[in-house]
Structures are given as structure tokens and as C-alpha cells.
Design a protein around this ligand. Structure first.
Ligand code: ARG
Length: 408
């Protein structure tokens, strides 16, 4: 049961699995929002020797069951990466396992190499859902160079795309686009404009800001500029809007699960806007201690996704916490998109803890400042007691004897 993208590696994997392992190969291609023509990919899989080729459009499932929970958790790995590539892996694995069972497959296979995170995610997701299935990663086993791979493909009648000139490796889904390799491998070098596919350069972005209004219900985005939309459609539209304004470019020196530091470029326009807007709404609605505690949960949650532990009990437990914090996260945030930035222009919610009568410095103030004195007296009690019981200061130590200056 091979996760098939239609690219060179997974196409070569089909005859490779048959010849070196003696296996029949069934493929599955899942649309999670990458540019893909499922019918063409199905035909290519069959032409490459697959005994059956499945395709699935899982954009809505991806948005509702993976992206929205990650958004509710403001999941940003190492504080910056919206875990876009990472999030799609458990979904693909779930589909692989379902069809593997239907087809009575013995193994799940994927096209990841042995240096990245994605192998960890596919392997762990598969084994968590179906411990009885083995996992094979052909590209982790074969010792083919790029040229040998192309030769292998040609010898097996697999069409090698003529436009394979790009030195970059990319991965795309609704939540973002990842770019690596080529000149990007030198972290001292600024990414050339050609690596970007979803975002305009802030330099050439429109000179006039654009406002977008986002409506949230229980922490999930439900409407864009007043139009109610399914989450996958909303995210796609927002990617286009924010990308046009150069929003969502991320340059990260990332710590991989396998211990390697790598330089990663991301384009995550919708994710950048939505996470910021969602955080703004939470700041309006949640009490300070919940916000503070949630922040530590968020970091852990992002790491779990990154590390391939989506189907682990801790993720489910953290989800229960996050979900309970989202009951009141409903309201509207308006965001201003302008030359690479997405800033908060305004927010409102029926559950806002912001009370004008408490916050104002103008008339209508209901806060009782005379109560502050008593509060501070009690609040400061430990500090005062600590200071009052301080030990007597130790006499200053004699300075170090210095060697006498030699006279000449
Ligand atoms: N470093 C990212 C991650 O581990 C993205 C990897 C994407 N793969 C690629 N071929 N660019 O989530």
C-alpha cells in the first residue's frame, strides 16, 4: 500500500517494490490541497505498474480534523512553523491503513528518505493505527543517485518529467508550502525570489492595505468577510488574499526529529493570518492563567505534531484541554494585510472579558482604586516578610592581594 504522489521517487518505487521485494503494489494519492490532477496521477500509477490505484480528495477532512485542532492550539513548532507538512502525514497514513486493510496488504510504503521528519511521521502514524502492518521506505533503502533513479525510471517506461530542472524540494497542502534544498542549504544566503510560489514579495505587494474580517466559532474560522464558508474553502481563499500581500513567508533554522538542523523556507499565508487572529480573540476572552497555561500546552502540541505523534494518547489528552478552552472563542477579528504583515485591526466577541467600565480612564469608571491599596498590602506580604527577615550583611571581603608592580 504505497503513498503515491505521482513524482519520480514514488513512481520508481512501484517497479522497485515489485522487483526487489516481490510485492504487488497498490497506490493511494490523497489530495490535501496540493496542485494535483487525481485522474492523471491514477493513470500514471497504473502505467508505472500498480495493480490498483486509489485517489481521495481529503481537503475538507484535513481542514476540519487536523488544521482546525492545530489552529485552536495555535500550533507553531519552535514558535514559528505552523506544522503544515507535518499535519498532513497522519491523515495520509489513516487513509493508507484503511485501504491496506481493505486490500489485505501486508505493508505500507512511502517515498520518504532516511534524513527527514516525514519518515518518522508516516512510520509512527501507521504503526499507531495498525501495529500489524510493516512499513517499507524504498528511498531509505535504495542506494540510487538521482541519475541512477532517472535511468531506472526510463528503463521501466516511467515518464520522467522534462521540467524537472528545479533544484528545490517542495511540499504543499492547504496549510502551507515548504521549500528546501538548492541555495537554501546555505543559511547565510537570502532565499531567492524564485523559491516562492504562493506569496508576492512584500516589495511588490499592493501599496494599499486590505482588510479581511474573520469570524470564529469555538475557535474555528467559519466566515470570511461575512461569507460563511467550509474551513477548507476559507483557508484556500485566505491563502490567495494574504499571499497577494506577501504575508506568511517564514525562514526557519529548524531542529529536525532526527537531530539534524536544517534551513527551511515556508509560505503559510492563511495559517499566519488565522493563528494571529485566533490568538487575538483568545487574548480578549480567556483569563490570564488559562492563556499562560495554554501557551505551554501549545508548544508541546506543536512538537507532538512535528514529531509524528498525532495518534498518541498525549495528543488526545491535550486536545481535550484545548477544546475546553475554546468554548467561548467566538467572535470577529479584522486583520489588515499590508506588505508582508498581517496586523490586528480590531476584535469583538460576546464573551469579551474586556469591560470598558473597568478599563477606562475616562468617565464611567466603575473600578474601585481604594481597594487597590488593601490588595497590594496583602499581595506584597510575602515580599515584605522576606525582606524583613534578611540576614545581616556580610562584611565586605578584603580585596585580592595584587602582586607588587615590578619596578624597572
Ligand atoms: N521541514 C518540514 C517538516 O518537517 C517540511 C519538510 C517538507 N518536505 C519537503 N520536501 N520540502 O515538517
Amino acid at each position: 500500500m504505497l503513498a503515491y504522489s505521482g513524482g519520480l521517487d514514488t513512481s520508481v518505487a512501484i517497479p522497485w517494490l515489485r522487483e526487489t521485494k516481490g510485492l504487488d503494489v497498490v497506490t493511494l494519492t490523497v489530495d490535501v490541497g496540493q496542485p494535483v490532477d487525481l485522474e492523471r496521477v491514477r493513470a500514471k500509477a497504473e502505467a508505472s505498474g500498480a495493480v490498483a490505484a486509489y485517489v481521495a480528495d481529503a481537503k475538507r477532512e484535513f481542514a476540519d480534523e487536523f488544521v482546525v485542532p492545530a489552529l485552536r492550539a495555535n500550533a507553531l513548532y519552535e514558535g514559528v512553523y505552523p506544522v503544515s507538512t507535518a499535519l498532513a502525514r497522519p491523515l495520509i497514513a489513516r487513509h493508507l491503513v484503511a485501504i491496506a486493510r481493505k486490500e489485505h496488504a501486508a505493508f505500507v510504503a512511502h517515498g520518504c528518505t532516511g534524513k527527514g521528519n516525514d519518515q518518522v511521521r508516516f512510520d509512527l502514524s501507521t504503526t499507531s493505527l495498525a501495529p500489524e502492518l510493516g512499513v517499507i521506505a524504498p528511498a531509505r533503502e535504495w542506494r540510487m543517485t538521482r541519475e541512477e533513479e532517472v535511468a531506472f525510471a526510463e528503463a521501466h517506461g516511467i515518464p520522467v518529467a522534462a521540467t524537472r530542472a528545479s533544484p528545490y524540494s517542495t511540499d504543499e497542502n492547504l496549510w502551507g508550502r515548504s521549500i528546501e534544498c538548492g541555495v537554501l542549504e546555505d543559511p547565510a544566503v537570502e532565499p531567492p525570489e524564485e523559491v516562492f510560489g504562493w506569496t508576492r514579495s512584500p516589495q511588490t505587494a499592493p501599496e494599499v492595505p486590505q482588510y479581511v474580517k474573520l469570524e470564529f466559532e469555538r475557535g474555528a474560522p467559519i466566515a470570511l468577510d461575512g461569507e460563511r464558508l467550509p474551513s477548507d474553502v476559507l483557508i484556500e481563499r485566505l491563502n490567495a488574499l494574504a499571499g497577494e500581500h506577501g504575508v506568511g513567508r517564514i525562514d526557519h533554522l529548524e531542529s529536525r526529529v532526527v537531530g539534524i538542523k536544517s534551513r527551511e523556507i515556508y509560505e503559510c499565508p492563511a495559517a499566519s493570518v488565522l493563528v494571529r487572529a485566533h490568538q487575538a480573540l483568545e487574548a480578549l476572552i480567556l483569563p490570564r492563567d488559562v492563556l499562560e497555561f495554554k501557551r505551554s500546552v501549545e508548544l508541546r502540541y506543536a512538537s507532538l505534531i512535528y514529531d509524528g505523534l498525532w495518534f498518541a494518547p498525549l495528543r488526545e489528552a491535550l486536545d481535550a484541554f484545548v477544546r475546553s478552552t475554546q468554548e467561548r472563542i467566538s467572535g470577529e477579528v479584522s486583520m489588515k494585510l499590508f506588505k508582508g504583515t498581517a496586523s490586528i485591526a480590531g476584535r469583538r466577541s460576546p464573551y469579551s472579558l474586556y469591560q470598558p467600565s473597568l478599563a477606562t480612564y475616562a468617565s464611567g469608571d466603575r473600578f474601585r482604586p481604594e481597594m487597590a491599596e488593601g490588595f497590594i498590602y496583602v499581595w506584597g506580604l510575602p515580599a515584605r516578610t522576606w525582606a524583613a527577615t534578611a540576614p545581616a550583611p556580610v562584611a565586605a571581603e578584603a580585596p585580592n592581594p595584587r602582586p607588587a608592580r615590578r619596578r624597572t
